[in-house]
Design a protein around this ligand. Structure first.
Ligand code: CU1
Ligand code: ZN
Length: 162
């Protein structure tokens, strides 16, 4: 049983390694510059509060950046974009200031935790507050309301308020 469990744990790792070899390396988050505009809505990203996002796409040199994690999800969840996405990054709001999140706080969006429906203000609709740990998300939700979600639990229905 123990042996089998070890094997099962190893398998996704092996798969991940072999997959990475054939891919162009686009692992690091890129900085958000003062005048960068949101790929979805065109707003100046740094002018507004709340966590931001960026999406790295297959074979693309340019990295779409977003005014909000909401706009990032709305882009990444579109079926025509879904297949092109290689990496996504969001701000860890436990590590940076809500009013002006810093590049150093970018983390992998797929392993991040989210709080939806908190009282804290972002742009383009209710904030999708992102955190590096579940504890960080829970703490935020206890203080400011909202529900704690994993990456896979965020879909277009949720964002549309349905
Ligand atoms: Cu916007
Ligand atoms: Zn936007």
């Amino acid at each position: 049983m123990k042996k089998l469990l070890g094997l099962l744990l190893l398998m996704p790792l092996l798969f991940a390694c072999s997959q990475q070899d054939s891919e162009v390396m686009t692992i690091a988050a890129v900085p958000i510059h003062e005048h960068d505009r949101c790929h979805m809505c065109g707003m100046m990203i740094k002018k507004y509060p709340g966590p931001k996002g960026q999406v790295h796409l297959k074979g693309l040199q340019v990295t779409p950046k977003f005014c909000s994690t909401r706009d990032m999800f709305n882009f990444a969840l579109q079926s025509e974009n879904q297949r092109q996405v290689t990496d996504l990054f969001v701000h860890d709001m436990a590590k940076t200031d809500w009013e002006s999140p810093e590049d150093s706080a970018f983390i992998d969006a797929k392993t991040a935790w989210y709080v939806y429906g908190a009282s804290k203000k972002a742009v383009m609709g209710p904030a999708v507050a992102s955190f590096g740990t579940k504890e960080g998300a829970v703490k935020f939700a206890q203080e400011l309301g909202g529900i704690v979600l994993s990456y896979d639990q965020i879909d277009t229905q949720l964002l549309a308020g349905e």
